[in-house]
Design a protein around this ligand. Sequence first.
Ligand SMILES: [Zn+2]
Length: 478
Amino acid sequence: MNRRFALALCVLLLTGACGYGDAPVTSSESQVGAEQHPQLLAQFGGSYAGDETQYLKTLGARVAKAAGLADQCTFTLVNSDVVNAFAVPGCYIYVTRGLMGIVNSEAELASVLAHEVGHIAANHSERQQRRSVVRGLGVAAISAVTGSERLSRIAGATAALFTLRYSRKHEYEADDLGVRYLRQAGYSPFAAVGMLTALGRHQQFLAATREREDAAAMPEWALTHPLTEHRVARSLAAAKASGVAPDALTENREAYLQEVDGLLYGDDPAQGFVNGTQFAHPVMRIGFQGPSGFKLSNTPQAIRIDGPDGLQGVFSGGRMPPEGLRAYAEATLAGLLQGAQVELGTASLTRVNELPTIIIPGTVATEQGPVAFSLAAYEGDGGDAFHFFMVSKPGAAQASAIGALYESFRLLSDAEAASLRPRRIKTVRVASGETLRSAASRMVADQPLQHFLMLNGRSEREPLRPGELVKVVVTAPS
Ligand SMILES: [Zn+2]
């Protein structure tokens, strides 16, 4: 969750929007892209402020030129740890730092950019989709919170966001164009095969290390770009058909691995840390604990909360208005419910861990019948305000779990805040005698060996070679 809040929960990443542009890039498309750019960036958590940003821009310019779109595309490295890449009208192409983390060569990253540029060059967008990328966000936010079609309509637009996925045919076309651009940019076309394989490993890693539902809900590049064995086989065939020998063109592996040395990995302290059912934000100095059975997911705008039996909600915050906590709570509710048919219960004023708190219950009419909700808002330090908004089936069954969640909100001590440190990728050279297991033991991560293999795009059958570079994840020095 970013310091800059929005009331609505953005699910752009969760649903994997993949907006498409015109080809060639027209001036009106460029204008739409330029208008949407700051809004999209805010939804994603902003651009990443590291050296890798300029590296991505330079590489992107090289790929765009190879595709005949020199100086027409804008490449942005997004400060998000999900693995994703997408293109929107006007050839605005976004890559997350999460994706850069699992890539193992410059050519592999170039293959992602070439694929996205391929969608633009092949004009894969539908006219009605071109203007709707940002507009769709608000709609998705409401329906994600309430699961209600009716509320989607109240929000005033069709859920265009959900139709922005490419067809399989378009994915294949973008793959084919991508391989061609990759070669034209001077990279081995076989890198596209390596990249798809890396994405497949990442997907398997998530499936193996998280609960099933969690993996399915993950905002993954692979969701918008269905990763079939067939797709890998196709890209291999295309690489072979290019007539370029597997080792003839560069992959720039070492240069890439040195480039990502120091790249932020996992949660950004500015967006807070999720650890199981616990959330802690060292910058805002707040934390809370979900009851067992709850799941938390960090998005740039909010923490999404999922509980048993369809319980859903968000945690977010903002600035306290001069009128105080009740005004904050009411404005937040109005923003979330957007004029839906609502029946509010009696608000209660209380204190939770010494913080002034207001809790407002209510019900909202939906096509599936009434849905119960409640909002708990807190007065933090220094003019900050925070809130939970939880939606559940009517009845008291979930009230105690929601109550426990609300009671857990608290300010962090200085020592707790100081103990929450970010992790970074560190590129290390393999010493002689080093094994996969000993290298993996350097990782600050759960399931270090699986994590190490995923991060470095290899299997247990590929032992380390002395002198090669590999990535590990370490805690950043404080
Ligand atoms: Zn695609």
